[in-house]
Design a binder for this molecule. Structure first.
Ligand SMILES: Cc1ncc(COP(=O)(O)OP(=O)(O)O)c(N)n1
Ligand SMILES: Cc1ncsc1CCOP(=O)(O)O
Ligand SMILES: [Mg+2]
Length: 365
């Protein structure tokens, strides 16, 4: 094992060099993450937390530790892995830097215990704060994706399940819900796992209908609950606060309650009668107009929506729509997705030019 307190060529203990290198590593990693919070996300709260962590680390970075640095004799400076040279996306940059910071903090925590009686505990606290920051970032990213999504595919059992979903994702779809009332749990779990991986490959959200347990098992982005399912608070307790919980509503009272209970988004419908939910009465465009005026969370008009009546739903004020058959039964799901998305862009352009008023249903009757 060698002499643990042996001196380096410059007469400094190895411990100092380890602490110095890892304080640098942690601070650099946090700075990299901080820049993204500040310039990429415009999130001052998360940027401030990074700054605070950096400042706390700086307090441990004493002159005696800095003086121990000797890069010329550091055998580690020559060691690099090809994967360190390539970054495929900004997301990967952030992920890699979180790993780097967490590793460096773990090293500081362990060796810090030898250096100063308070260092191990202080760094441990910081490590947990970094974990919290990471999970807040994940939650923030999920909610951003939800905010930006216009089109939502709710699946139905199909032999073409994976290929239809992938085709829609290729068309730009950003939210998918796995809904399957017929299959056994083992197959449900397998489908959900495969769909979850597929959606994440396309940077899309993946939610599970009704089943919190399956959502947890496959690490889905969240769950969609109906009026008869678990309460939102219970689902959030099980899933964790960073996941998305959506709720179906069919009338203004259910909408008010779902929002008060903390739904991250709501389904508004069925707008039209639909064979996908034969026992539900249509709520009509009137309910869409109500949502346009009163919903304070993202909401998706759902039920019987297709390419023919889509414009009516948009003109009633919907800016987000969920469909089952229109995509699941489409011969060319990519093209249908692109069509729906292009119509959202068209109407948004009209709204921006104030040809169609913002958040007010256009009355064309
Ligand atoms: C986006 C969205 N909105 C509404 C529903 C319907 O949910 P629910 O009322 O629980 O009915 P089932 O889908 O479980 O039959 C939904 N799934 N998604
Ligand atoms: C799940 C659900 N919830 C309200 S309507 C509906 C089904 C919508 O299916 P489709 O888009 O095929 O009419
Ligand atoms: Mg349900």
């Amino acid at each position: 094992m060698g002499d643990l307190n042996h001196k380096t060529k410059l007469g400094q203990p190895a411990l100092y060099r380890i602490l110095d290198a890892n304080l640098d590593r942690a601070r650099e990693g946090i700075r990299t993450i901080e820049e993204w919070f500040r310039f990429g996300l415009d999130n001052s709260e998360m940027a401030a937390e990074c700054k605070n962590l950096r400042q706390q680390l700086a307090q441990w970075h004493s002159n005696e530790l800095r003086m121990s640095r000797d890069t010329t004799t550091d055998v580690g400076t020559q060691l690099s892995h090809p994967s360190e040279e390539n970054r495929e996306s900004l997301e990967q940059v952030i992920q890699v830097n979180f790993c780097r910071v967490e590793e460096a903090l773990r090293v500081l925590e362990e060796y810090g215990k030898v250096y100063h009686p308070n260092m191990g505990a202080a760094v441990k606290q910081m490590r947990y704060r970094v974990y919290t920051l990471e999970s807040n970032l994940l939650a923030y990213g999920r909610h951003q994706k939800l905010q930006r999504a216009n089109l939502y595919l709710v699946t139905s059992p199909s032999e073409r399940l994976m290929s239809v979903v992938e085709a829609a994702l290729q068309g730009g779809l950003k939210v998918v819900q796995y809904r399957d009332k017929d299959t056994d749990d083992h197959q449900r779990w397998k489908n959900a796992r495969q769909l979850c991986q597929l959606c994440h490959r396309y940077n899309a959200l993946f939610l599970v209908n009704d089943r919190v347990d399956i959502a947890i098992a496959v690490n889905a982005d969240g769950v969609h609950l109906g009026q008869q399912d678990l309460p939102i608070a219970v689902a959030k307790q099980l899933l964790g606060p960073q996941k998305i919980v959506g709720k179906s509503t069919t009338n203004p009272e259910e909408m008010k309650l779902a929002i008060a209970e903390g739904a991250d988004y709501i389904g508004v419908g069925p707008v039209y009668a639909t064979p996908t939910k034969p026992d539900k009465q249509a709520a009509g465009l009137e309910y869409v107009r109500h949502a346009t005026r009163h919903a304070s969370v993202p909401w998706f008009a759902i039920g019987g929506i297709n390419m023919n009546n889509f414009d009516d739903v948009l003109m009633a004020g919907a800016t987000r729509v969920a469909v089952v058959r229109s995509l699941m039964q489409a011969e060319q799901p990519t093209l249908v997705t692109q069509y729906f998305l292009s119509q959202f862009t068209r109407v948004q352009t009209l709204r921006d030019r104030q040809i169609v008023p913002e958040n007010t249903p256009a009355d064309f009757s």
